[in-house]
Design a protein around this ligand. Structure first.
Ligand code: HBI
Ligand code: FE
Length: 313
């Protein structure tokens, strides 16, 4: 089944984390990893094939995303100067990013524990996985790799409002962990940072979620298919909604601007978590009575035939 390339990133559970760190232990046997899980980017380890995989992934997305990705992403990508030619040097990108919004990239071996992840975001450091997928995994991969992390996430960190939202999310994560509410906050991350859509001023729907931006098939599906729901973003609604990691999304939530997102998440979430404790979850495909629906999806199991039709395109 085709799906976006990083579904495992956010659905991290302890067991999954152990499994992925064990796999990583073999891959990263002799890297010197610091207490905050960062290490130097081992630039010398990228093979010609690794660079070729980057190039192919980059070119595919570059052909698809004009007119589909939001302007802030396209501007950020251009501003960063990430090129098609191969896996970039994270330090060089960090220098450009830091001048724009004060963020830096830190290099990590893969998924890191929640507290570590949030700690980095809270201090404006974005953890980026050093390695890149194999050619056999071009379209599907459970863990984040450097193509997802750099191409999907970093361009939007060039946008000042989005940059502040990500830092606030990190601070919120540290707090949510103490309040036993991490699953609610993980849903917010999933439906915004990873799989969010935005309505631009001219009414066009565009992509800003990194899980979509780094996936060839989902970048088309999320806008063109009649299978999924597209629903206006509402903070509580999103935090009540379960998500699927094994298929294209059943529902996308649409913001009007990054300011809307940042403003919605500015208040203290402590009373919201108390409120959420008494409310049942929505399934990933459900429409709620109070939803402002932009498109109601057909939700048919074959996703409108779309997925099968384009899997190998
Ligand atoms: N670690 N490297 C990395 N990347 C992530 O996206 C990530 C992580 N650890 C935890 C995590 N995401 C999520 O569990 C939270 O956003 C909820
Ligand atoms: Fe991600």
């Amino acid at each position: 089944m085709q799906s976006s390339c990083t579904r495992g990133a956010i659905s991290l559970r302890v067991s999954q984390f152990r499994r992925s760190t064990m796999a990583l232990a073999e891959r990263h046997d002799d890297l010197v990893i610091r207490a905050d899980y960062t290490h130097d980017q081992p630039l010398e380890r990228y093979t010609a094939e690794d660079h070729a995989v980057w190039r192919d992934l980059f070119r595919r997305q570059a052909a698809l995303l004009p007119g589909r990705a939001c302007d802030a992403f396209l501007d950020g990508l251009k501003g960063l100067g990430v090129a098609a030619d191969g896996v970039p040097d994270f330090e060089r990108l960090s220098d450009v990013l830091e001048k724009a919004t004060g963020w830096r990239i830190v290099c990590v071996p893969g998924l890191v524990p929640d507290a570590i992840f949030f700690g980095h975001l809270a201090t404006r450091r974005f953890p980026v996985t050093w390695w890149i997928r194999k050619r056999s995994q071009l379209d599907y991969l459970q863990e984040p790799d450097c193509f997802h992390d750099i191409y999907g996430h970093v361009p939007l960190l060039m946008n000042p409002v989005f940059a502040d939202y990500m830092q606030a999310y990190g601070k919120g994560g540290l707090k949510a962990a103490g309040l036993n509410a991490l699953h609610h906050l993980a849903r917010l991350y999933w439906y915004t940072v990873e799989f969010g859509l935005i309505e631009q001023k001219n009414g066009d729907l565009r992509i800003y979620g990194s899980g979509i931006l780094s996936s060839k098939t989902e970048s088309v599906f999320c806008l063109d298919s009649n299978a999924p729901n597209r629903i206006r973003f509402d903070l509580i609604r999103v935090m009540r909604t379960r998500y699927r990691i094994d298929t294209f999304q059943k529902s996308y939530f649409v913001i009007r601007s990054f300011d809307e997102l940042f403003d919605a998440t500015r208040p203290d979430f402590t009373p919201l978590y108390a409120q959420l404790r008494d409310q049942p979850d929505f399934g990933a495909a459900d429409i709620a009575l109070q939803d402002s629906v932009i498109t109601r999806g057909t939700l048919d199991a074959k996703q409108g035939g779309w997925e099968a039709a384009t899997a190998d395109a």
